[in-house]
Design a protein around this ligand. Structure first.
Ligand SMILES: [Cu+2]
Length: 159
């Protein structure tokens, strides 16, 4: 795989923890840490973060904040999309990013999923080719896969 080769060339190792969930993700989608993670051969440390999302608790309500995230592709060019997701609450929470049109046939299934401990941050890298190929519309949704009542949000791509 070109991605593995690129990783070897840059002299770092894909973390073992990412391997079990790899089959659930589209080819180029990566979840990792800032220091060690990469997407299509580009280290997270060398890429701007497009959006930061936080899992918060207000009283009994759990939510991913902000509820709407807008990414303007006219302004950002073709570099991979990078999201930073942080759990700012006291319990464990999940983050799942998928196209909004679930169930419609697409060439690839774009999916990124991670579980965050309290206070933990992870970086999610999505090649723009995956975004444009796997999403028929221009929205993706993010939610917590651990708690059905945990309010999610929408990522809107402006082209
Ligand atoms: Cu949750």
């Amino acid at each position: 795989m070109g991605k593995m080769l690129a990783s070897a060339l840059f002299g770092f190792v894909v973390i073992a923890a990412a391997v079990p969930s790899f089959a659930l993700q589209a080819g180029g989608v990566e979840v990792g840490d800032l220091e060690t993670g990469s997407v299509v051969g580009q280290r997270f440390t060398e890429l701007p973060v497009d959006a930061e999302l936080y899992s918060i608790e207000i009283g009994n309500m759990k939510a991913w904040y902000p509820p709407v995230t807008v990414i303007d592709f006219k302004a950002r060019g073709g570099r991979p999309l990078v999201l930073k997701v942080t759990n700012n609450s006291s319990g464990e929470h999940g983050f799942t990013l998928t196209p909004s049109l679930v169930g419609q046939s697409a060439p690839t299934e774009l999916k990124a999923q991670v579980v965050l401990k309290p206070g933990e941050s992870k970086y999610i890298g999505v090649p723009t080719s995956d975004l444009f190929y796997a999403t028929q519309g221009w929205t993706l949704q993010y939610k917590c896969q651990l708690h059905p009542a945990h309010v999610g949000g929408t990522l809107l791509m402006v082209k």
